[in-house]
Ligand binder design. Structure first.
Ligand SMILES: *Cc1c(COP(=O)(O)O)cnc(C)c1O
Length: 382
């Protein structure tokens, strides 16, 4: 068969066939105990190979153009198992300075216990990464677009750097999703996702995934079977169901985000908009070259005379939420959440002002989202 399109992969690849009753959707196998004697595969939930786990992995691998994939109990389980599979005592990790907060905590709090060294880059250009490499560097990890300022890292350049130096490369592709970005095609070795976000898409699932070559996934599996961190089959099944609409959802959200970014950038009460799809974004050309769509995450700054807390409390439709990527639009103040542990001075240095609001754009009608924002601003100006 010809190479399938993304929506066809979302709908059809990685289905468990219902041989017995010919039902239209995958049956859910809840068994935690499988035949042991004379079988090809010894199945067990923590071996990541129950029927539902095995088949959903195929859908994720197909979407990321990978040979293989694994599903985990959370995005952090995916990232921690991936790191621990390739970093031994005495090894060194080069990691992007702008990174998901949980990943930063994992590195800072856990790596010293394992004797793994790390360096956060000073910036996100390829030369910033090259400068951080040491003789014992075994992995380079990037995030693009990044949280919350939507910076774009040159994926091809980082992949090439890794290849020249014989260092593995990995990316957190959560913000883009495979619908908008396929880093393996650009030469990156491993791609991970918080499936809690766009894969789930309805703010009711916590899961994670890694996609890579058969060889790399086998190495991760060897560590993961010891660490645990597998996802329950009930949630695997729900995730499969959610992923059928991944393409539809993400494309609709991305379209909305572009419209809203343009509108916000012309809004008199908004001083700045961060969205890689705007020509004013410093890495617009790079984003256009390496992404299929600009994604549905953006950030903006309210004018300094407006209280960002009061603004969010005045919204009627858009919720304030820690998480992101659901079909419903959400806002969050990074200075109160992901970056609350930094001092004001440290936040100023990385460009996280108290006026900054991160916007996870949903599938609602854009006109209603605009009205919500306009009315909330009018409310606090009274
Ligand atoms: C949420 C998130 C994670 C962590 O995923 P969990 O499912 O919460 O463990 C990692 N990276 C990014 C970019 C995220 O947004």
């Amino acid at each position: 068969m010809k190479k399938l399109g993304q929506n066809t992969i979302c709908t059809h690849i990685g289905e468990v066939q219902d041989e017995q009753f010919k039902g239209a959707v995958s049956p859910m196998y809840l068994s935690s105990s499988y035949e042991f004697l004379d079988v090809d595969v010894k199945r067990y939930p923590r071996y990541f190979n129950t029927p539902n786990q095995e088949y959903l992995s195929k859908k994720i691998a197909a979407l990321e153009h990978a040979e293989s994939a694994m599903i985990f109990g959370s995005g952090m389980a995916a990232i921690s198992h991936m790191f621990l599979a390739f970093l031994n005592k005495g090894d060194h990790l080069v990691v992007q300075n702008t990174l998901y907060g949980g990943t930063v905590n994992f590195i800072k709090e856990e790596f010293p216990k394992y004797g793994i060294e790390y360096t956060f880059t000073n910036g996100y250009t390829a030369s910033d990464f090259e400068k951080a490499i040491k003789s014992n560097t075994k992995l380079i990890h990037i995030e693009s677009p990044s949280n919350p300022l939507l910076t774009i890292t040159d994926i091809k350049a980082i992949a090439a750097l890794g290849k020249t130096k014989g260092i593995l490369t990995s990316i957190d592709n959560t913000f883009a999703s495979p619908i908008n970005q396929n880093p393996l095609d650009l030469g990156i070795d491993m791609v991970m996702h918080s499936a809690t976000k766009y894969f789930g898409g309805h703010s009711d699932i916590c899961a994670g995934a890694v996609a890579s070559s058969n060889e790399n996934i086998e190495k991760i599996w060897n560590v993961s079977k010891n660490l645990g961190g597998s996802l329950s089959d009930m949630t695997v099944w729900m995730l499969e169901r959610s992923m059928k609409t991944l393409g539809l959802r993400v494309k609709a959200q991305t379209k909305n985000a572009m419209k809203l970014a343009k509108w916000l950038s012309k809004h008199p009460e908004i001083s700045k908009v961060y969205y890689p799809g705007l020509k004013s974004h410093p890495e617009y050309k790079l984003a256009k070259a390496q992404m299929k769509g600009f994604g549905a995450m953006l950030s903006f700054e309210l004018n300094s005379n407006l209280d960002s807390y009061a603004f969010q409390k005045s919204l009627k439709l858009i919720k304030s939420s820690m998480s992101l990527a659901g079909v419903e639009s959400t806002f969050i103040s990074p200075h109160l959440t992901s970056h609350s542990l930094l001092s004001q001075e440290e936040r100023d240095k990385v460009g996280i002002s108290n006026q900054l609001i991160r916007f996870s754009v949903g599938i609602e009608d854009v006109k209603d989202l605009k009205t919500d924002i306009t009315e909330a601003i009018a409310q606090i100006k009274k």
